[in-house]
Design a protein around this ligand. Structure first.
Ligand SMILES: Cc1cc2nc3c(=O)[nH]c(=O)nc-3n(C[C@H](O)[C@H](O)[C@H](O)COP(=O)(O)OP(=O)(O)OC[C@H]3O[C@@H](n4cnc5c(N)ncnc54)[C@H](O)[C@@H]3O)c2cc1C
Length: 343
């Protein structure tokens, strides 16, 4: 963990974040491609409202979406999304739903109520299934609530560890997720389109290294120095979506319950307990919980920390610096990520 002084020092190194709110000058480079002004973020110690940390469920070889038979149940896994679980959730859940639909059953248990569990549960309901969620914790007490919430499949896998088969699955999950989220844009789900500026060069940027956007649907623009206000040679602009977990996750729970879904708060100490459930199909969305529950020793917790500043309505763009530091403008404060570190 960093102390407040270190966090503030780090923030001040991000372009357009400064300790005094100087309005930008009026040239085109101070506006997003959509025409919104790029305002400075006001960073000072007395604007910090909270700091939170969470553990990403990371697997070097990528997330797991597969079906297997265990005793008399079909278990469909959907976990291990690393730093991109909010982003990918609808996509991997779509793949999980397709696997479940290959069975003759129409009743399932979803284990977990983070972004993966809730999207899986909603898709199963839409496919005509009777669904019960079993989870030891509910929002706001999940890792998904800790996420910054940018639509960006970042830090999801290590290039050296993935198979070609996984990359096909990844591309498919990204495409589905990108499409599903577009239907959720608006205040009800706390999802909106936003300009994202990625500063390239200098120290290697782990966010850029591992981030991908679906092929053919990318709106990425490489900006020349006259097209952006940042003191950096290479800046990539992407229109992406920002998902506010504090709005999105309760809205998903609400949709699930309105559609007749049941939620049971229950912790499974081991896989045997899960397999005793009455439902013939179990969709496992337990994130890091799968390490113990399904003996997945490849799952690694990767710690991330967000520091929240008081919201500034006039700031409406994302900036990702060149050392993994970023700023997202959310209505519940502006989270700024400082670092990634293995636990
Ligand atoms: C600081 C930080 C910033 C992030 N920023 C982003 C971002 O900008 N964009 C993005 O896409 N992703 C981001 N992520 C990653 C994202 O948060 C995760 O990938 C995502 O939350 C994983 O969702 P999940 O539903 O699979 O797991 P979780 O949200 O962890 O949910 C797991 C569920 O399973 C339940 N469970 C676990 N074990 C058991 C058990 N034994 N019995 C019963 N229930 C169990 C839990 O109670 C919980 O309900 C970030 C993560 C962190 C920490």
């Amino acid at each position: 963990m960093l102390n407040r002084r270190q966090v503030l020092h780090s923030l001040a190194t991000l372009p357009l974040l400064s300790s005094c709110a100087v309005p930008p000058q009026g040239s085109a480079r101070n506006y997003t491609p959509s025409g919104l002004p790029l305002r400075r973020v006001n960073v000072s110690e007395n604007r910090i409202i909270r700091t939170i940390a969470g553990l990403r469920p990371y697997r070097p070889s990528g997330f797991v979406v597969k079906a297997e038979r265990m005793n008399d149940k079909v278990v469909v896994h959907n976990y291990g999304h690393g730093g991109g679980g909010i982003t990918l959730s609808w996509g991997t859940s779509h793949l999980a739903m397709e696997l479940a639909n290959q069975t003759q059953h129409r009743r399932c248990a979803v284990l977990g109520s983070g972004a993966s569990g809730l999207s899986a549960a909603r898709l199963m309901q839409n496919a005509g299934w009777q669904v019960t969620i079993y989870s030891k914790d509910l929002p706001p007490n999940t890792t998904s609530n800790v996420a910054g919430g940018q639509w960006s499949p970042t830090s999801v896998y290590s290039r050296d560890s993935v198979t070609p088969g996984f990359l096909i699955q990844f591309e498919s999950a990204m495409r589905h997720a990108y499409r599903y989220y577009q239907d959720l844009v608006g205040p009800k789900y706390g999802v909106r389109w936003i300009s994202n500026y990625m500063i390239e060069g200098g120290e290697e940027n782990p966010s850029i290294r591992y981030s991908t956007i679906p092929r053919n649907v990318s709106t990425a623009l490489r900006l020349s120095q006259s097209e952006h206000p940042f003191p950096a040679e290479h800046v990539l602009h992407i229109d992406t979506m920002l998902v506010e977990p504090a709005v999105y996750l309760p809205a998903m729970m609400n949709d699930f319950q309105i559609a007749g879904g049941k939620i049971v708060v229950k912790e499974f100490g081991n896989r045997g307990k899960g397999l005793q459930l009455g439902e013939p199909v179990i969709i496992n969305c337990t994130g890091l919980g799968s390490r113990d529950l399904f003996d997945d020793n490849e799952l690694i917790p990767i710690k991330g920390q967000l520091t929240f500043l008081l919201p500034q309505e006039e700031v409406d763009y994302i900036i990702v610096g060149n050392s993994g530091l970023y700023m997202f403008p959310r209505s519940d404060g502006k989270p700024v990520r400082r670092h990634i570190r293995k636990k």
